[in-house]
Write a protein that binds this ligand. Sequence first.
Ligand code: PHE
Length: 680
Amino acid sequence: MEIPEEQRENWGTRGGFVLAAVGSAVGLGNLWGFPYKLYSYGGGAFLIPYILAMFCIGIPMLILEFSLGHMTQRAAPDAFGRANKRLEFVGWWGIILGFVIVTYYPVILAYCFSFIYYSIESIVTGKSLPWAGEGIQGVENAKIFFNETYLGLKEGVETGQIRTNILIPLVIAWIAMYFCIFKGVKLVGKIVWLTVPLPFIMLIVLTIRGLTLEGSMKGLVYYLDPVWSELSKPTTWRFAFGQVFFSLSLAFGVMVTYASFLHRKSDINNNAAIIGISDFATSFVAGIAIFATLGGMSYATMQAGNSVEVKDVVAGGPGLTFVAFPYALAQLPAAAWWSLVFFFTLVTLGIDSAFSITESVLAGIVDKTGWKRCIVLPVMSLVGLVFGLIYVTEGGLNWLGTIDAFINGTWGIAFLGLLECVVLGWLYRLDTLRHHANERSDWHSGRWWNFAIRIFIPIVLGTLFLWSLFDDVTNAEGFIKTPSGEWIVPNCVGLIVVGISPIIAILMSLIKSPLRTGQGKQAEFKYPTHAEAGGIGTTSFLLSVIGLLLVIWVLYFGKENLVLIPLFFGIAGIVISYYVLEKHDVGDEKPSLLSRWAGIISTLDISVAISIILIGMTNKINEKEIVYRTADKLSGVSYVILGVVVLIIVGGLGWCFYRAITLASKDQEPEAVDDDLQID
Ligand code: PHE
């Protein structure tokens, strides 16, 4: 089905869109999230779940979001609404969680601005960096500088005063974001030609500099030497899958919105692959830069007689970026200059991710209400800034960490991604989207894509979600109350935010849009109204319901050893309903509603069953322990891993560009789609 072209602004060029999407995907998550997670969860071994997740979940979901946005030419809420009126709230839900992110993401940019300031100050005055210090004492100094001097963190203080030293750079960050997007996506399409290549170049510079330091190999050992046993820990898989999601900016409506501004004839599948692989490449290289430098630091401190090992400084999240790395740089020659380069890289990495979220919230509101961008944007920025004030208080970083864990952990994002796949996969004619993407793409996705969206991704995400839920609920240390009965306020707030966002989303979707009756109408998709696929759909429904009842019974009565029975029913239900949909959701046929719901219920049933099995396994394993690798040289296996990763990145990107270029040089439309999916 082709939707009439609407007057919608667009990116101008294919490059503009690809760069903007890469800009959104490649962000702080690549530099502070990925290297740390790789290091903590098995080094090179972590790459197996990560690459699997990237190719089996990340890229298929990017294709899903791109086709939805592109086909409907609408930001997320309206895009879902056009697929099916009742689904609009899914889009709003993502937008609301995205808005929560945009209240704190710029705060991290603000930290970077401050560190840029300190670096410049040190260059100008010729004094050493304010956190500099020697040996283990230096590590302490860096910690004290960040936590106490800069953040003003105090034991037992929940919020405390607003810190003007963070507020000022925060305002600067918002102003910068404002000017990047105030003119619309055409300008964004130009700005990203600067904000995307620049951090890449600087990352390469940082990597070369790291690798040429004496002792860098020892750092890489920490990063790459595989600890295979980590693969048997479900947490490793949980982090790998979660990281792919966050890193590709999936489920917040960003990619839907960006694709809605894409020119009608643009490629979708190939762009998704290019964006996914580039994001992975950036993360991987960022890790090399960081660990090579930490290796160099370790060597330098050893030479100076006050040895600090890589493992002594590595800490997750802000710790790595604002404590360990600044410390490592301070140990090396020309420290202030390198610190300037590093934090500037972070700003350029993060700013396009930050404004991509603002843009998606903005486009959601503008598409719904028809209000003017030039009014909505400043108001929204101000509201974002005001909500952000909580993170610039003395207790701000704790708040930031907690809220981030709620949104990006499996509570917010995984659930939403799951919902997205389930509703589009089972309640909507998924082939419409696949067909739409294939029609204009350099290569075509086969039926494996349907399988990924309908079955694989929902079950994986459903399992992640339920498993975290069980984990959190059964956590002995208490989740919203400490064992001594005190409320854990940030957790409560996080829970409330996650809890009320669907309610607000539903309310938003109920508001009548003045635009709906006009131009929006022509793009409503109509289903055929006759021809039901009967009996076998009902069978699958019965199987799935029995499976669900059984799994609830297993859960309630603690009969974990019988969990395979509901699992079996679930699998039977999902196989049959999948078959019905593949067979009968074509042409003017229409599968029964029962067979559609059978798929959804079976997904739930299977996910609960698998998470029960996983919970049983995690209890037996000590999750927190990190196995340290201390060899002096990279092992042979690590070189093999390095080779494979380079092959995947270079080969993957090479192939994508080859497809794009050969097609462009032949100056032809992509070949006709030769499957049986002609719709309407
Ligand atoms: N992908 C970005 C990063 O890796 C973060 C982001 C999440 C951006 C969600 C937009 C939406 O930092």
